[in-house]
Ligand binder design. Structure first.
Ligand code: AMP
Ligand code: GLY
Length: 421
């Protein structure tokens, strides 16, 4: 019997996951909670209203697919999995992302390569440590901080200021009750994402994102201004090293600790410049956004089969995922001013232009209002193209971007997405 899907979340990642699932022969209807202006069958309840999500999914024969970390961290899988098929890690397993001290201790106990670290719950002791070291440091709030709780320090002053901000001023609330002070690593950053049922590991295609707001990786960090797949810097050797020495160890150690991890696991890594070895900077317990948009464009296999078998613990019955040889590029169109102050509520024009069969416009912060689509936040659209090579994928993505606007000068996008980094 065909199933319905309920995608939890409202970003470009969730639009891409739902779009791909809607193409499956096994899926009848895809609902989104709450979805965005580009998705249909939107439900108006919050991503954290687990009882409404549960009763809707029960009544409508839905498999629940959770996009963002917040409901995972709050235990949506723990609350629903007795009566519903739900894809994602439990809140205990989601600590790999929600608690940096948990993740660091886990890595240390299981010999997973990562930077040296110390954990502090008292600001004075943390400051003493800073005064007494001559290493370059990174200061991290223990809990979730919307990607803003990490300070990479050039000087001791930066570290002391970060301790004040996180632990004393509590700029990230209780997420700053503890901090991790880490040795700073230097090298190239890459990420590798896999799908797992807690035992079998199926890698996703490699991808890279562009985190900074301006071209050439200048300016403040953002949620991600674009992505491309495959990665241009993950060689086969690095890939195999990461899968064998990091990802397999992570998944098998979580299982051994009676904490099996089911879902997408994202390992954020630094390839250390002197040794060429990968070190884990962070885990995410979900797909990357906007990496997901580029990855999904290249997926030939039926995503539904992989999600279903992850939930039932039978991923070992499936072959590796088949990927298009063609690269994909996703250009994020944002409100001008993002990631600082920016407008919203602008009418978006050009969405009905002819974009061609290899282009998909994934919506993020948009809403539908009387047949118009309005901007609703910082990152608005992820214009994604699949091309015979990177140049073609880039030119198709940018040709499509130029057909879309909201006012002459209100939107912003980086011009160098998919170029060598
Ligand atoms: P995290 O959320 O822990 O990945 O940190 C966010 C960003 O901070 C990473 O993507 C890196 O750019 C940087 N970062 C984190 N840890 C380190 C480290 N030990 N050395 C250098 N940069 C780091
Ligand atoms: N693009 C990085 C992330 O999703 O965390």
């Amino acid at each position: 019997m065909k199933k319905n899907i309920l995608v939890v979340g409202s970003g470009g990642r969730e639009h891409a996951l739902g779009w791909k699932l809607s193409k499956s022969q096994s899926v009848s209807k895809v609902y989104y909670c709450p979805g965005n202006g580009g998705t249909i069958n939107n439900l108006s309840f919050s991503i954290n209203d687990f009882s409404k999500i549960k009763s809707f999914a029960l009544k409508n024969n839905c498999i629940v697919v959770v996009g963002p970390e917040e409901p995972l961290t709050k235990g949506i899988v723990n609350e629903l999995s007795d009566s519903i098929s739900i894809f994602g890690p439990t809140k205990e397993a989601a600590q790999l992302e929600s608690s940096k001290s948990f993740a660091k201790n886990f890595m240390r106990q299981n010999n997973i390569p990562t930077a040296e670290h110390n954990i502090f719950s008292e600001p004075e002791k943390a400051k003493d440590f800073v005064y007494n070291t001559n290493k370059s440091l990174v200061i991290k709030a223990d809990g979730l901080a919307g990607g803003k709780g990490v300070v990479v320090c050039d000087h001791k002053e930066d570290a002391l200021n970060a301790i004040d901000s996180i632990m004393i001023r509590k700029d990230f609330g209780n997420s700053g009750n503890m901090i991790v002070i880490e040795e700073r690593l230097f090298g190239k950053e890459v990420s590798i994402i896999v799908l797992t049922d807690g035992y079998t590991i199926i890698p996703m295609a490699t991808a890279q994102d562009h985190k900074r707001i301006y071209e050439n990786d200048k300016g403040p960090n953002t949620g991600g201004m674009g992505s491309f797949s495959p990665s241009k810097i993950i060689s086969n050797d690095i890939f195999n090293d990461v899968i064998n020495k990091i990802v397999k160890k992570t998944i098998h150690s979580m299982k051994k600790n009676a904490n099996p991890f089911v879902g997408f696991l994202y390992a954020g890594l630094m390839i250390e410049k002197h040794t060429g070895k990968p070190y884990v900077l962070e885990y995410n317990v979900r797909m990357g956004d906007p990496e997901c948009q580029s990855i999904i464009m290249r997926m030939n296999s039926d995503l539904y089969d992989y999600i279903k078998c992850s939930i039932s613990g039978t991923l070992d019955t499936l072959p590796p995922i088949s990927w298009s040889e063609k690269p994909a590029v996703c250009v994020v169109m944002a409100e001008k001013g993002y990631p600082s102050n920016h407008a919203k509520g602008n009418v978006i024009y050009g969405l009905n232009s002819h974009f061609g069969p290899n282009v998909k416009i994934f919506h993020a912060s948009t809403i539908r209002n009387n047949n118009k689509i309005l901007t609703a936040g910082g990152r608005v659209l992820g214009v994604t193209a699949l091309g015979s090579d990177f140049n073609k994928a880039r030119s198709d993505a940018y040709d499509s971007v130029r057909k879309i606007h909201w006012g002459a000068d209100n939107h912003y996008y980086r011009k160098d997405i998919g170029l060598d980094t």
